[in-house]
Design a protein. Structure first.
Length: 404
């Protein structure tokens, strides 16, 4: 489902692009005149942001969009062969950039990607100028009866390349889903559509603008993820928790969760295995019942916030979470152990139990013996401190328990 959710904004933008394309000339002339500059402004924004955040894949997507727009706009692809070469190679280049590992934009490691782009453009220009027989045979031959393709001006070879590239991109996305590859799916559709519909002002403005908006979405989305999601566990970070505390009010509960004996676990099995433990716990916390929202507070500490529940109500769901973690065996293979441990242990998979301690406090907690029970006189950070003290009590009690 998380893979599908990344595609939802791209799907919506794709549908809107075709709607705007077919309604383009119903827009008032004053707006149409201004829309000529929209792709240019969006291109500048995307290129600038992709450089700033070093997003090479988005940068190359944007360059391909610009190549398509400029080539069609000023009539560079004015022959059947040159148009077919452009229409066939752009989806293939987008696919190639999506497969290549990201190496930055202005670095030596990015030279192969830049070289691929330049050589492809030179290849199109030379072959279009010379127009050899083999190129015409490959790109312009009607492989199947023409009556099945009278709905498009594109050659059958270009259609095959476009379909295969899109399917490959779809497989690539579901193999290693990311917001950038989701945008790649949208951009390849926009490129295919623009090259299919030709060099009309509606095609040049609508499809290129929407493709740049998709790229812009990817840069903003990735920037948001870096700021608000923990890279290891993909849980919201302390920054997100801070914003949550700024909005929370009424009755709520804050729980602090700590992995028991985590330092000893790291020393025994290594940090990679320790990271795997944190990811496992994060997966369980993401599914916590009772409407709780999980955050990674730092290190092996996590936080859960329940809106509209007091501590007693939240403890039921936290006990369920604690038991779920403790009852899930964590498997460690021989390669995950320290070298000193490998010489004495048999080479078989080992199962260990991971437990957590949890401290709970709610917005009705007392700050001191003289304070009232009024929730208006206690802040979320005070509740967090109370839950942290409850966490220490859980550890002193023997760990693997929930204390309030």
């Amino acid at each position: 489902m998380r893979e599908i959710s990344k595609l939802v904004p791209i799907f919506i933008l794709t549908v809107l692009s075709f709607y705007f394309y077919f309604k383009f000339f119903e827009v008032p002339d004053a707006i149409l005149t201004g829309m000529v500059f929209l792709p240019i402004m969006l291109a500048i924004m995307v290129i600038g942001l992709s450089f700033h955040f070093n997003r090479s894949l988005i940068f190359f997507y944007a360059v391909l969009i610009m190549i398509s727009n400029v080539s069609l706009g000023i009539g560079l692809a004015d022959t059947d062969l040159s148009y077919s070469l452009l229409s066939g190679l752009l989806p293939l280049l987008l696919l190639a950039f999506s497969i290549l590992p990201e190496r930055g934009i202005a670095s030596l490691r990015a030279v192969p990607a830049h070289a691929l782009l330049v050589l492809s453009i030179v290849f199109i220009m030379i072959v279009s100028e010379i127009s050899p027989q083999w190129a015409n045979s490959i790109m312009l031959t009607q492989w199947l009866p023409a009556r099945y393709f009278d709905w498009t001006e594109q050659s059958q070879t270009v259609l095959y390349i476009s379909v295969i590239s899109f399917i490959y991109m779809l497989v690539l996305y579901f193999t290693r889903p990311s917001s950038q590859l989701a945008v790649g799916l949208g951009v390849i559709v926009m490129l295919i559509a623009q090259l299919h519909f030709g060099n009309g002002s509606d095609s040049l403005n609508v499809f290129s603008s929407m493709a740049f908006i998709m790229c812009l979405y990817a840069v903003i989305h990735d920037s948001w993820r870096m700021a608000y999601l923990d890279e290891l566990t993909e849980l919201p970070t302390r920054r997100a928790l801070k914003e949550k505390f700024e909005k929370v009010g009424g009755t709520y509960t804050v729980a602090m969760l700590d992995v028991d004996h985590f330092k000893k676990f790291n020393d025994t099995y290594g940090h990679d295995t320790g990271d795997a433990v944190l990811r496992m716990i994060a997966t369980k916390m993401r599914k916590v019942s009772g409407g709780g929202t999980a955050y990674r507070y730092g290190g092996e500490e996590f936080t859960v916030v329940f809106k509209g529940k007091n501590a007693n109500e939240a403890k039921i769901h936290l006990e369920e979470l604690r038991d779920n973690i403790a009852s899930t065996p964590f498997l460690i293979n021989r390669e995950s152990r320290r070298k000193s441990d490998r010489t004495t242990k048999p080479s078989k998979i080992k199962s260990v139990t991971v437990t957590v301690s949890i401290g709970v406090a709610d917005s009705k907690a007392k700050l001191s013996s003289t304070s009232t029970w009024s929730q208006n006189k206690i802040s979320p950070w005070d509740v967090l401190k109370k839950s942290d003290k409850a966490l220490y009590r859980a550890k002193k009690k023997g760990r693997n328990c929930v204390c309030s």
